[in-house]
Design a protein around this ligand. Structure first.
Ligand SMILES: [Mn+2]
Length: 375
């Protein structure tokens, strides 16, 4: 069923697509630092290439870990003052302020995304099916590369553009995209470039090692390589392989460590780990702890000094800790979120926030699981 707002949205997406492909108009792309964001930017850069000319296209990523409209302005650098540039923000799920920011008028700013968020009236050019459809939006738009492919740019013939669509899907969905109905879609997209879905998944992990090591230059360099380089060659890139291998070792080490606190409760066991590192791998470590330690709930307090932040990450293999915790976390931390089996609060490093949040998490868990004793 198509509601009027949906058909209007898909019309807007097509016109947006024509505007960002106009070869005579320079474009600055600001994109999320993960694989989907990098692949989305590369896809647009490549799609803009004309027969006999190289249109001027810049691509940068916001400071890693920062989600704000101000971070977009900073990533644009001196482009903000340049006349004639169009701006495109990709895969960067922030909520925009009710008034345009200085230097970011509503006419030349374009946004393509698949995160569930809302848009103010001043922002004229946005394409985000998940913001229009109230139910199931994110499932139907699993990546920004998918939104570009289905709604904005149309079906591309270029094999590399099709492979980039698949790469974004694998980046955001992870290995679960390798099974089920999506597998056929991935095979279709990847066939012309002779990559298997497994190889493309591996490439997405290699690319994510740029942001996990908090290396913005790496993100920007490999975005251009995705646009113009050979994807099979990138899979063998030694720099990326070393980076990813070192992150994998760090996660393995972290998972071996003993918990700071261990609670035995009537309806489950809870482990609390505390760590500090220079890598942005809270969710990798948290997932591994939840799947490998055989506990009912894991809590990970992860301090990341280069980001000036600490994360309190709670995950369960089977309990709805997201539903239990997200409301409480939002009242205690500057930023918090989650879904069914995971809840994360983001705190400044300074004392106070982490302690408050951890106390509240343990209180809620003790309440839900009943009769807890320290082991
Ligand atoms: Mn994405």
């Amino acid at each position: 069923m198509t509601t009027p707002s949906q058909s209007n949205a898909s019309f807007t997406c097509r016109v947006l697509g024509e505007r960002i492909l106009e070869p005579q108009t320079p474009l600055h792309v600001v994109h999320h630092w993960d694989t989907d964001g990098m692949a989305s930017a590369a896809l647009v850069i490549r799609a803009r290439r004309g027969k006999n000319h190289e249109p001027e296209t810049r691509a940068t990523t916001p400071r890693i870990g920062s989600f704000s409209p101000q971070a977009v302005v900073e990533a644009l650098g001196d482009t903000v003052e340049k006349r004639g540039f169009r701006l495109l923000v990709l895969d960067y799920g922030i909520s925009w302020p009710p008034q345009p920011l200085e230097g970011l008028g509503g006419e030349e700013l374009h946004v393509v995304d698949h995160h569930r968020t809302g848009y103010p009236k001043w922002l004229k050019w946005w394409c985000n099916p998940a913001a229009v459809i109230t139910k199931g939006g994110e499932e139907e738009s699993p990546s920004t590369t998918w939104v570009l492919y289905r709604h904005v740019l149309g079906d591309p013939r270029d094999p590399q553009v099709r492979a980039l669509v698949a790469l974004g899907l694998l980046g955001d969905l992870g290995h679960r995209a390798l099974r089920g109905v999506l597998r056929g879609v991935l095979e279709g997209l990847l066939r012309p470039s002779r990559l298997s879905p497994e190889e493309a998944y591996r490439l997405s992990q290699l690319l994510d090692s740029c942001y996990k090591t908090l290396d913005r230059a790496c993100v920007e360099e490999y975005t251009l390589r995705l646009a113009w380089g050979d994807l099979g060659e990138l899979l063998g890139d030694e720099g990326l392989q070393r980076r990813a291998a070192s992150l994998e070792r760090t996660v393995k080490e972290a998972v071996k460590g003993e918990p700071e606190i261990l609670l035995n409760c009537v309806r489950g066991r809870v482990g609390v780990w505390v760590r500090e590192s220079n890598a942005y791998i809270t969710s990798s470590v948290g997932r591994a702890l939840a799947s490998e330690r055989g506990l009912d709930v894991i809590v990970l307090v992860d301090r990341v000094p280069p980001l000036g932040r600490a994360y309190v990450y709670t995950r369960s293999p089977h309990l709805p800790v997201g539903a239990w915790l997200v409301g409480v976390l939002r009242s205690l931390a500057p930023s918090a979120g989650g879904k069914d089996s995971v809840a994360v609060a983001e705190c400044p490093l300074a004392r106070g926030c982490v302690e408050r949040v951890l106390d509240a998490v343990l209180r809620v868990l003790e309440d839900r699981l009943g009769g807890c004793n320290h082991a």
